[in-house]
Design a protein around this ligand. Structure first.
Ligand SMILES: C[S@@+](CC[C@H](N)C(=O)[O-])C[C@H]1O[C@@H](n2cnc3c(N)ncnc32)[C@H](O)[C@@H]1O
Ligand code: SF4
Ligand code: SF4
Length: 398
């Protein structure tokens, strides 16, 4: 299948969130909190589909998509138009009826940003809600059960943090409460054990999957058909934004590489404004609003082309991009500038297929040939004890 113009498009259904994670600049938004009108969202999906702009779409940039009442309908609408939905959620609002509704609407992939493997990290996320870490884990376990019980084709991915490259080089904080390998392994093992328990409960063969060890890597791997664990590096720029540490303390980039900014992807905010990327949480790189102009006109606009061309020559086109590609010290800033250029050159010389492994899996799934995994050589990590499940409490939805 030929690659479409964009790898993915971020369509933010809402910029409101029921969490206030200490690593995400949610509270630094000056944007009005809003829900995108469902008919407007459909008209954007139509424009994306009719112009064959991408195969993959998300429903976030900032915000929690599960707060949008028409999420399942919009998922079904996109999938019916051949736009595969990669749906991200913080997981706090997961519940059985909603899970099944998303499965029935053919949601391609549901990613749970679990991210907080201990009470310290979890409690820092709460916006006055009553959810506990055990309740939160219980909700994710419920998703695993629903997936196995229904045999849904939706991929479920459970995501954790690992340290940034800068932290590994001693140039940035480790954010140990979020990246603790021991704590992440403990919860990851819990999810794996629950997966097998549910497989046994619903008579789904486990086969060689029990040989797959739970380990922390930089990447994603499957622990059962359609259920994966992913470990991704925490992005230090956003943590500093949330802590309001960026303004005046950043060594802004002079050069830098980036494949977003209308090359590989771009974002549409809940207001209808179009911006460069999923990093632009406050709409500082906005080039226009889809309430006033069509998507294709905006993509062909002088400003979109200026940004694209600027990154062709490794020049960050806006002040926000200079902050994003900069760092808190001169050394970290220079390292990031050089590093992002190196990655960009590598990408240009050997372009990666858009979401290659996901596409391969989807193709195999459609042909009914998706099989068991290649079992890694390392021995399985020792499973940890599971906490007692509790009745979930719905968190506040401010
Ligand atoms: C902004 S959230 C919006 C979707 C949803 N609320 C969620 O949490 O999954 C999108 C993704 O960004 C991730 N994220 C937030 N802050 C981050 C950071 N500092 N570094 C890396 N990823 C981050 C979240 O964990 C999530 O996977
Ligand atoms: S990461 Fe997601 S859940 Fe956490 S504050 Fe940001 S938008 Fe909300
Ligand atoms: S450099 Fe600019 S376009 Fe690229 S990710 Fe950062 S803010 Fe977005």
């Amino acid at each position: 299948m030929k690659d479409k113009r964009f790898k993915i498009i971020y369509l933010e259904l809402t910029n409101a969130c029921n969490f206030s994670c200490d690593y995400c600049p949610i509270d630094q938004q000056t944007r009005k909190k809003e829900m995108m009108d469902a008919d407007f969202a459909k008209s954007i999906i139509d424009q994306i589909a009719e112009n064959e702009l991408t195969d993959f779409i998300t429903f976030h940039l900032m915000g929690e998509p599960f707060l949008h009442k028409e999420l399942a309908m919009l998922t079904g609408y996109s999938e019916a138009r051949n736009l595969r939905v990669r749906l991200l959620t913080n997981g706090s609002l997961l519940e059985s009826s909603r899970n099944v509704e998303l499965f029935e609407n053919n949601c391609t992939r549901l990613e749970v940003g679990f991210r907080t493997p201990n009470d310290t990290a979890f409690n820092l996320r709460l916006r006055g809600g009553k959810l506990t870490l055990d309740d939160y884990i219980w909700r994710v376990k419920g998703l695993i059960e629903d997936k196995i019980r229904t045999g849904a084709s939706t991929e479920v991915c459970l995501k954790f943090f690992i340290r940034s490259h800068a932290a590994m080089l001693g140039m940035a904080e480790e954010y140990e409460h979020l990246t603790s390998e021991a704590d992440n392994l403990k919860v990851a093992n819990l999810f794996r054990d629950h997966t097998f328990e549910m497989a046994r409960k619903y008579n789904v063969p486990i086969g060689e999957w029990s040989d797959v060890p739970v380990r922390v890597i930089d990447g994603e791997y499957f622990i059962f058909p359609g259920i994966s664990l992913a470990f991704a590096r925490i992005q230090e720029f956003w943590v500093r934004e949330q802590r309001a540490q960026v303004e005046g303390t950043t060594f802004k980039a002079v050069v830098g590489g980036c494949s977003a900014a209308f090359r590989d992807d771009f974002g549409i905010l809940a207001s209808g404004e179009v911006t460069t990327c999923c990093i632009d949480y406050d709409g500082k790189n906005v080039i226009g609003n889809l309430h006033n102009i069509s998507l294709m006109e905006l993509l062909e606009s002088r400003e979109a082309k200026r940004m694209l061309r600027s990154f062709d020559f490794f020049i960050p086109p806006t002040e926000f991009c200079k902050e994003c590609r900069g760092g808190p010290t001169l050394l970290s800033s220079v390292t990031k500038q050089v590093g992002t250029i190196a990655i960009d050159i590598k990408d240009r010389l050997a372009p990666r297929k858009h979401y290659r492994s996901l596409r391969n899996r989807l193709a195999k799934r459609d042909q009914g040939t998706l099989s068991t995994p290649k079992v890694p050589a390392t021995p399985p990590a020792a499973p940890q004890a599971a906490p007692t499940p509790k009745t979930p409490v719905t968190p506040s939805r401010k």
